[in-house]
Design a protein around this ligand. Structure first.
Ligand SMILES: Nc1nc2c(ncn2[C@@H]2O[C@H](COP(=O)(O)OP(=O)(O)O)[C@@H](O)[C@H]2O)c(=O)[nH]1
Ligand SMILES: [Mg+2]
Length: 394
C-alpha cells in the first residue's frame, strides 16, 4: 500500500492539473480572446464586443489573462485614428537635427583639426572642410583668411576659441537680408511665383507653404502651371487637399500662362489672400524655358502688377551645380529670393553661403525634410549653431 501512495498522489495531481487547465481555458473562452493566434484581430474584436450582457465580467477577466496576444487587443480600443504628429520642435532643434550630414563634414573636422593646436595644417584642413561642404572656393579662402587674422589678433589657441570665431565669420558671410516673404499691401491677392529645375522641390515647397499659410488663417489658391505632365498637377492637387487650399488646374499640355491667369482670376473672385503658382522647370532648351516662364510672369503682372515674390528653388544636394543651373532662371525672370531644399539630405549645407554670394540673392526659405512641416524661414544664427551644436554645450 505504501508503494501506491506516491502513485495515488501523482494521479490526483494529474486530475487537478487537467481540471485546472480546463477551467482556465473555459475562463479564457468566456472572458478573453483565445490565445491560439488563429483568429484575426477583427474576429477577436467582434467576439468581445458582441458579448454585451456580461460586460463587468469581461472587463475584470481581461487583465487576468497574461498571454493575450497583442494583435487582438487593439480592436477593443478606438480605431487608430492617425495620431496628430504635430511635432512642435523648436526651430533651433530642427536645424540641429536636420543638418547632421553637413555637421559631420564641418563640425566634426573643426574639433579634430584644432584639438591639436592652431596650426597651419589645421587651417588647411579647415579650408578643405569648408570646400567639401560646398561653401565655395572663393568664399572659403576669404573666410579662412579673415579667421586667421582674427584668431591671431585675439590670441585664440583652443579649438573652442577658433570655433566661436568661425561661427561669427559664417554668420557674417551669410549677411543680414530681409528674408520675410513679401505680401500685397492691400488690394488684390498676393502672388508668389515658384520656379526652378525639375525635381528641386517646387511642388513640395508649395505644399508646405500652403500648410503654413492656411494655419496662419490665410486663404489661398494654388495654380498648377506645370502642365508638362498630368502627374505634376495631380501632385499639387494632393497638397491642395491636404492643406485645404483651392487649386486651379488644366489638362496636360495646356498653356501654363492660361493656368496662371485663371489662378489669379479665381483668387481675386474668392478674395483669397494668396496665389501660389507652380511651374515646370525643364532645362533642355533655355530659350523655351525663358519664353514660357517669361510669359507666365507677364500674364500675371498684367493682372496683378509686380509679383510680390518670384522664388527660385534650388536643391542643396546638387551643390555648386545648382548654382550653375540657376543662371538660366535668373535670365528668364527677376528672382526675389531662393528656397534651398533638401538641406536635411545634403552634406553640402555650406552651399547657402555660396548661393547668396554668387547669386546676390537671399536664401529666404529652407527645406529640412519631405514632411509638411519641414520648411523654415532661413535663420543664419540657427543654421550656424545647428552646424556646430555638437561641439557646444547642449
Ligand atoms: N529630403 C528632402 N526631400 C525633399 C525636400 N523638398 C522636396 N523633397 C523631395 O524632392 C522630390 C522632388 O520634389 P518635387 O516637389 O516634386 O519637385 P519639383 O519637380 O521641383 O516640383 C520629392 O521626392 C520631394 O519629396 C526637402 O526639403 N528635403
Ligand atoms: Mg513639381
Amino acid at each position: 500500500m505504501s508503494e501506491l501512495d506516491p502513485l495515488l498522489f501523482v494521479a490526483i495531481a494529474l486530475i487537478v492539473v487537467v481540471l485546472g487547465g480546463g477551467l482556465v481555458a473555459f475562463g479564457r473562452r468566456r472572458g478573453g480572446p483565445p490565445d491560439t493566434g488563429s483568429d484575426g484581430p477583427d474576429d477577436g474584436g467582434v467576439d468581445l464586443l458582441e458579448r454585451g450582457p456580461t460586460p463587468p465580467e469581461t472587463e475584470e477577466r481581461l487583465p487576468e489573462v497574461p498571454d493575450t496576444p497583442a494583435s487582438i487587443a487593439p480592436p477593443i480600443e478606438a480605431p487608430p485614428e492617425a495620431p496628430p504628429v504635430e511635432e512642435p520642435l523648436p526651430l533651433a532643434e530642427r536645424f540641429r537635427r536636420r543638418l547632421t550630414r553637413t555637421r559631420n563634414v564641418l563640425g566634426a573636422s573643426v574639433a579634430d583639426l584644432f584639438g591639436r593646436g592652431v596650426t597651419d595644417e589645421a587651417w588647411e584642413g579647415l579650408e578643405e572642410a569648408l570646400i567639401s561642404a560646398d561653401v565655395g572656393v572663393t568664399a572659403t579662402l576669404e573666410i579662412v583668411e579673415q579667421l586667421r587674422t582674427r584668431s591671431r589678433e585675439q590670441g585664440a589657441t583652443s579649438a573652442e576659441a577658433v570655433l566661436e570665431l568661425l561661427k561669427a565669420e559664417l554668420r557674417d558671410a551669410l549677411g543680414s537680408f530681409d528674408r520675410s516673404l513679401t505680401r500685397a499691401e492691400d488690394q488684390g491677392p498676393t502672388v508668389w511665383l515658384i520656379t526652378g529645375v525639375n525635381g528641386t522641390g517646387k511642388t513640395t515647397t508649395i505644399g508646405k507653404l500652403a500648410a503654413l499659410e492656411e494655419r496662419a488663417g490665410r486663404t489661398l489658391v494654388l495654380a498648377a502651371a506645370d502642365t508638362f505632365r498630368a502627374a505634376a498637377s495631380d501632385q499639387l492637387a494632393i497638397w491642395a487637399e491636404r492643406t485645404g487650399a483651392d487649386i486651379v488646374r488644366k489638362d496636360e499640355g495646356a498653356d501654363p500662362a492660361s493656368v496662371a491667369y485663371e489662378g489669379y482670376a479665381s483668387a481675386t473672385e474668392q478674395a483669397a489672400d494668396l496665389l501660389i503658382v507652380d511651374t515646370a522647370g525643364r532645362l533642355h532648351n533655355k530659350r523655351e524655358l525663358m519664353d514660357e516662364l517669361g510669359k507666365v510672369k507677364r500674364v500675371l503682372e498684367k493682372q496683378a502688377g509686380p509679383l510680390e515674390e518670384t522664388l527660385l528653388v534650388l536643391d542643396a544636394t546638387t551643390g555648386q551645380n545648382g548654382i550653375a543651373q540657376a543662371q538660366a532662371f535668373l535670365d528668364a525672370v527677376e528672382v526675389t529670393g531662393i528656397v534651398l531644399t533638401k538641406l536635411d539630405g545634403s552634406s553640402k549645407g555650406g552651399i547657402v553661403v555660396a548661393v547668396q554670394r554668387e547669386l546676390g540673392l537671399p536664401v529666404k526659405l529652407v527645406g529640412l525634410g519631405e514632411g509638411i512641416d519641414d520648411l523654415a524661414v532661413f535663420d543664419p544664427e540657427l543654421f550656424v549653431e545647428g552646424l556646430f551644436s555638437e561641439l557646444g554645450p547642449d
